[in-house]
Design a protein around this ligand. Structure first.
Ligand code: ZN
Length: 388
């Protein structure tokens, strides 16, 4: 970056292949854990500033400038730390944690964003106790699969199968509620690794409501199998990729070509189901956007070809909660996951987008309401369906 040419003082550079380390007063940076992303660090003596250089694993890529690393210091103190993304710009407000479970957004007074250079400079309290700094809450494949394991214990009707293998030969799981039913809905989560707000937090709350022990959920599960792919891109989540799978492909642009193992897994799974005359009533694909929350819905032409779950669902959400739904129409020609379900399986489908910095309790509450209203809408649409 041009503006660093002004720093002509001594620069200490220490780079390691696994553990990225910069030391001054024994301040150490670490990026060897699963889900980490940090390329290198430098300390500029003159400015008493650390710079964390963060780059994508693959290009081209959109502005999903994800980072995750840990910092320790021999002495307790406040350091100045610049997040530098090279040709890209800062997007995510840093989340801080001591245990990678409880996260807190950095205080507004502790971050300064340079919109010209696209950097962010933090005032970070460091100490011998390791502090994690990440773009979003870190959710590795192990985290998601441990959560699935806990659901399997508490919900005996759930069945988990290996649907296939990823590029890196990791298992890609599918979880179902009742395979003997001939109608189903589908949930796909986290094709894009940094999108944990909608892709993990929102998805889990939505799924939890579908699995809940109440009249609507029980009635729904008695009629519809719920097919969930809880983490479609585990390689990307574990490697801290900005957007891609381990072949450097954006999975949510691969639902026409099916060039990647992860999308092929889903396609062959549903080809098998449709050959058994299983009807997929609805599909949701969970993401997170800078400008979320919103839903990507069918274009108006195609909406008229369906039974109209989407408009009734949105009306139900807005009538029965404080949430207002922003829906954005997209062409059904785009190679997105939800279009695959509409075009190939005749299902109504949406891309469920939450927002980068939306309060996490709001994300959970919205997901629960949307799930409940979706079940009610599909159940009440049954009468229409029989008439058609
Ligand atoms: Zn996405």
């Amino acid at each position: 970056m041009k503006h660093y040419n002004f720093y002509i003082s001594i620069i200490i550079i220490l780079n390691f292949s696994c553990v990225k380390n910069t030391e001054k007063d024994n301040v150490s940076f670490e990026a060897s854990f699963t889900g980490a992303r940090l390329d290198s660090t430098r300390y500029y003596v003159e400015d008493d500033k650390y710079i964390a250089y963060i780059n994508p694993a693959f290009e081209p890529v959109n502005k999903s400038t994800y980072y995750a690393f840990a910092v320790t210091s021999e002495k307790e103190k406040e350091i100045k730390l610049e997040l530098n993304y090279g040709n890209y710009k800062h997007r995510y407000i840093p989340k801080l944690s001591f245990d990678k479970k409880t996260w807190k957004k950095i205080e507004a007074s502790k971050i300064r964003i340079d919109t010209v250079y696209g950097t962010a400079t933090l005032k970070l309290n460091v100490s011998p106790k390791k502090i994690y700094v990440a773009a979003q809450e870190i959710e590795t494949s192990k985290d998601t699969y441990n959560w699935v394991d806990s659901l399997l214990i508490t919900h005996s009707f759930l069945k988990r199968e290996i649907a296939g293998k990823t590029v890196m030969q990791n298992n890609n799981y599918v979880v179902t509620t009742n395979d003997s039913l001939n109608k189903a809905i589908v949930l796909i989560a986290r094709q894009h690794p940094p999108e944990t707000p909608g892709g993990s937090i929102g998805f889990k709350a939505f799924y939890g409501e579908l699995l809940a022990d109440n009249k609507t959920s029980n009635n729904f599960r008695n009629q519809y199998n719920i097919i969930a792919f809880p983490l479609l891109n585990p390689d990307g989540a574990d490697k801290g990729y900005w957007r891609h799978n381990a072949n450097g492909k954006d999975l949510n642009r691969d639902w026409i070509d099916f060039s990647q193992p992860e999308t092929k897994i889903v396609k062959s799974y549903f080809e098998d189901l449709t050959s058994k005359a299983i009807n997929i009533k609805f599909a949701l694909d969970f993401h997170t956007s800078y400008s979320g929350p919103y839903l990507l819905i069918l274009d108006s032409l195609n909406e008229t070809k369906t039974r109209g779950v989407i408009p009734k669902w949105i009306k139900g959400i807005e009538s029965n909660s404080q949430f207002k739904v922003e829906s954005r129409r997209r062409s059904q020609e785009l190679p997105y996951c939800y279009n695959y379900f509409f075009n190939q399986l005749g299902s109504e489908a949406v891309t469920y987008e939450d927002g980068d910095e939306i309060n996490r309790d709001t994300i959970r509450e919205r997901a629960k309401v949307y799930a409940r209203e979706l079940m009610k809408t599909i159940l009440s649409n049954k009468a229409n369906e029989i008439e058609q």
